[in-house]
Design a protein around this ligand. Structure first.
Ligand code: HEM
Length: 558
């Protein structure tokens, strides 16, 4: 029995030992396996990082050499940031400087993006007009986010073509000259005169902030046409809506947009940051207000007009066109809001700047102001319709407007084009260079509008120039060096509206007032002049050229 017991205990010990060894072995094995896994993971991570780094270096090397390989001149980019350090603080000055240094065409790097700048008229024609269908796309930072993401401004390829096709009928010259549009413009212009009168009658003031007045009248027009905000107070000094939009435009050069180009991998995080803390918040408030106005209008329209057919025929403004496209299933709600927002932002400040520069030039060139006023007083016979010159054209008025836009084009670095995504490469005949998928072409308006080759005495205001694109000018061909509204199929959709409202504003103002410069250089309201060009001192915080200080003029009632 004892021996059996001891045998059991020996066996037990043996099993235990075995088990113990097994456990130890298993433990050893698992430690070994874990360490092997860790080692492999670290090794794979290192290999992956090396491959990614090599890939990135190859991409960077190819990218930074894409211009050198084709002997395209340009400023030397820094390895990390490309040419952003010089471009971001003052894009306007950088483009002008590089154009002076490198001439007809050159390449620079917006972060990792190679940008080919073209200043040659034939090359511009080749890209924008002759082969415009191969270059339907545009590049601008910041418009990938709501509410712009699904708008005309951001869309590419087929999506853009579709939206452009359905929105174009709302902007034709015929549509803009229709009774309902004229009524909207007339109401806004009358409000402008009222608000100027109010200011002028206060303590015998005779100097007015023209830039501010032009901002408010053009915003009033767009609010009526694109959101049916007929009772809006945007021309009032206290208007909270105008303040919001102006603040947004001022802050739109948010540094986070440029940071995105430095660190494309962080783009997603920065977008959220922008949405919560940056101007994204302001943008959201504006877009909520527009949503409210649009749905209010939609409701009123449905309540007032029962008959669907009648409702369809009653397209009185741009918003009606968009609502019709929504009902047809061509636009969803976010596309409608996005496009309405783009029309507001693209439409009001551009036209306001164009008008401010024109009034400044008329105040500076009294002979042109007198000539134009004489023509207006002789031909203008209906005090209730400031849009008469849409039908009974005044060539002189159009010449002055276009020459002002030639001398001071409000939009400068916005005309960009990219290849259709289905095309890999395009050989540019006029410059003998290859345009690849990754490249963006930029056509900077200012240097072309001030190139002596195309515009002799470029810094002089001369409305008699024979190559201004005034309506009906037969001497001018498509290959024009006038690019204030861009060119080709992706040009400015709102050009007809801009000229109609500008005609109405200029007619009304010259009929009622005399404009003079404030010529005391010590006055706060004096418009500073650039001594090198004799032109107004300018700044370019975003894509638009602004006078360095708001334009003030002496205004006398006639
Ligand atoms: C003097 C006034 C204006 C100027 C100087 C101007 C200038 C421009 C320029 C240079 C472009 C880019 C064109 C291109 O890439 O070829 C553009 C595009 C655009 N503009 Fe204007 N614009 C003005 C008024 C307006 C108005 C009144 C509206 C709307 C009501 C408007 C809406 C747009 C839109 C939506 C685009 C983008 C078009 C697209 O991508 O298909 N603009 N504008």
């Amino acid at each position: 029995m004892k021996s059996l017991k001891s045998w059991h205990s020996v066996a037990y010990k043996l099993v235990k030992k075995n088990l113990y060894e097994k456990i130890i072995n298993n433990k050893m094995l698992s430690i070994f396996t874990t360490s092997l896994i860790i080692q492999w993971s670290i090794l794979s991570l290192i290999i992956y990082s090396i491959i990614t780094l090599l890939k990135w270096l190859k991409f960077k090397w190819n990218c930074l050499n894409c211009f050198v390989q084709q002997s395209i001149p340009g400023p030397k980019p820094s390895f990390w940031f490309g040419n952003l350090p010089e471009f971001v603080p003052n894009s306007f000055a950088a483009l002008n400087k590089w154009t002076n240094e490198y001439g007809e065409y050159f390449g620079y790097f917006y972060g990792n993006r190679p940008i080919l700048v073209i200043n040659d008229r034939d090359a511009i024609y080749e890209i924008l007009v002759q082969n415009g269908s191969k270059f339907p796309n545009r590049l601008i930072s910041g418009v990938e986010m709501e509410p712009f993401r699904s708008s005309l401004l951001n869309q590419q390829d087929k999506a853009w073509k579709f939206t452009r096709r359905i929105l174009t009928p709302a902007f034709t010259a015929h549509r803009i000259s229709m009774e309902t549009t004229r009524q909207a413009i007339n109401l806004s212009v009358k409000n402008l005169i009222k608000s100027m009168e109010k200011k002028l009658s206060k303590n015998n003031v005779n100097e007015l902030n023209i830039t501010e007045h032009m901002h408010s009248v053009t915003m009033d027009v767009i609010c009526r046409l694109a959101f049916n905000m007929n009772d809006s107070d945007v021309q009032e000094e206290h208007s909270s809506f105008r303040k919001m939009v102006v603040d947004f435009m001022e802050q739109a050069s948010d540094p986070s947009l440029a940071i995105m180009e430095y660190f494309p991998l962080l783009k997603k995080i920065l977008k959220i940051f922008f949405q919560i803390f940056g101007v994204g918040k302001l943008l959201q408030t504006i877009s909520n207000k527009l949503k409210y106005e649009i749905s209010k209008y939609y409701q009123e329209k449905n309540d007032n007009v029962d008959n669907v057919q009648m409702r369809k025929n009653r397209k009185v403004n741009i918003l009606d066109f968009m609502i019709e496209q929504q009902e047809l299933g061509n636009l969803n709600e976010s596309q409608l809001i996005g496009n309405a927002m783009v029309i507001l932002l693209a439409g009001y400040e551009t036209t306001a700047l164009g008008l401010s520069f024109t009034l400044y030039l008329l105040a500076k060139h009294q002979d042109w102001q007198e000539k134009l006023r004489k023509e207006i007083l002789e031909n203008f016979n209906d005090d209730y319709d400031y849009c008469q010159f849409d039908q009974y054209r005044s060539e002189l008025l159009d010449r002055i407007w276009y020459e002002s836009l030639r001398l001071y084009p409000p939009v400068t670095a916005f005309i960009t084009r990219r290849l259709d995504t289905s095309i890999d490469e395009y050989r540019m005949k006029s410059l003998n260079v290859n345009i690849t998928k990754d490249m963006t072409i930029m056509i900077p308006t200012w240097p072309i509008h001030h190139n002596e080759k195309y515009w002799p005495r470029p810094n002089e205001f001369d409305p008699n120039r024979d190559n201004l694109p005034i309506p009906g000018n037969k001497t001018i061909n498509k290959n024009s060096a006038f690019l204030a509204f861009g060119s080709g199929s992706r040009n400015c959709i709102g050009g007809n509206l801009a000229i109609s409202e500008s005609r109405a504003v200029i007619v009304a103002l010259l009929k009622h007032y005399q404009f003079d410069l404030i010529d005391d250089p010590n006055s706060e309201r004096f418009t500073p002049i650039d001594p090198n060009t004799g032109l107004i001192k300018l700044c370019c915080p975003t894509l638009l050229i602004h006078p360095a200080k708001n334009i003030w003029l002496r205004v006398t009632k006639i």
